[in-house]
Design a protein around this ligand. Sequence first.
Ligand code: PEP
Ligand code: MN
Length: 337
Amino acid sequence: MIVILKPNATKEKRDQLIQKIQSLGLSVHLSEGEHTTLLGLIGDTSAIDPAKLESVEIVDAVRRVSEPYKLCNRQFHQEDTVVNAGGVPIGGGYFTVIAGPCSVESEQQILYTAERVQAAGARLLRGGAFKPRTSPYAFRGLKAEGIELLLEAKKKTGLPIVTELTSLEHLDLFNDVDVIQVGARNMQNFDMLWELGKCKKPVLLKRGLSSTIREWLMSAEYICAGGNPNVILCERGIRTFETETRNTLDLSAVPVLKKKTHLPVLVDPSHATGHADLIIPLAKAAVAAGADGLMIEVHPDPVNALCDGAQSITPDTFDKLMQQVRAYCALENKVCE
Ligand code: PEP
Ligand code: MN
């Protein structure tokens, strides 16, 4: 349930109302926007009579929220959330590009890629250290050493880093990581989501392989409910009957999410398509669909990449992608530095 306050509501009267609602066993989420102040009521609101609440002097209107996700619901928080990702804004009027290899392979590979993607305009560096692989015999990442190499690249370039957590056991290694990625395969690892709610670091939550938008938002709600509002959603394609592409990029999820949630939404055309030549067109389409940024796999030598080479673009192609994406951002009035 949402309580919209009148513009002239004093802080004193507002606090009294919050206390009264809390005394009924509900928690209250206060959202102070530029034009409106909202109280989001969380818990069992069935005993509350909206008409009675509406008769309170400082209350303008009361609305029931039918969706099960509350904290990440746009109705609870009308302005876009801008997540501070190691000093880089994600969301609002910004268009932020994260780029780097699927997995960290060597010092030279990550340093060279970091420098090239930074020069082209990426604001964050990605790279997997712990890789969730379908086959146990495939390269599963450099693990702790991979994180060390990412930190070295961060030190050299100043780029904040994004890397995937595959198990809570490894969380101690992530102290200096700027954004923790929860991969598609862990989107419904509820214990992990709840723990990440406590740790306050920005979390990049990828869409599950076969998850609905509602399930995805419920996973985001776990992190928010745990106490961490810094959630970034990333559409990375879903399973369909189509086999020409690795997954099917659900671009319609972008405007749907922008309506339903205030959280930033990124698009990952690399995992969505599985093909390097499809990355630029879909990156441009993501801008047009209203995304807040991109996550792109870039490798200096895709043919010899240890993971996801077919979908990785070279630094030269990434230069072209950024030039074209910038032009699209200008049309959409998005800031892409
Ligand atoms: C990745 O980003 O490298 C990755 C494994 O992505 P996803 O979880 O979307 O498959
Ligand atoms: Mn990958």
